[in-house]
Design a protein around this ligand. Structure first.
Ligand SMILES: [Zn+2]
Length: 88
């Protein structure tokens, strides 16, 4: 039987641009990496207003489940980038 671990990370408490390391094996989990080689998003939980509350990712190397919270700041960046695209 494979032992699965669950970790919780609050993005507002880490430095950098939302890039984290798997707490178990150290694999870099970056929002920029959409290849899904290092991890895969298993669930996105939204608030009633549509903003992201939590993302649950699965580290493909060690199979850890990682709950990512604290997307308030990242949401603002995303909205800014979206508005730039609309200008084009
Ligand atoms: Zn891992």
């Amino acid at each position: 039987m494979v032992q699965e671990s669950t970790f919780k990370i609050n993005l507002t408490e880490i430095e950098g641009e939302g890039e984290i390391s798997c707490p178990s094996c150290g694999t870099v989990i970056s929002p920029e990496d959409d290849s899904e080689k290092a991890y895969e998003i298993t669930e996105i939980i939204s608030r009633e207003d549509g903003s992201m509350e939590k993302i649950i990712v699965n580290c493909k190397k060690c199979k850890s489940i990682i709950h990512l919270k604290g997307f308030e700041l990242l949401d603002e960046v995303t909205e800014f980038e979206d508005s730039k695209k609309e200008v084009d």
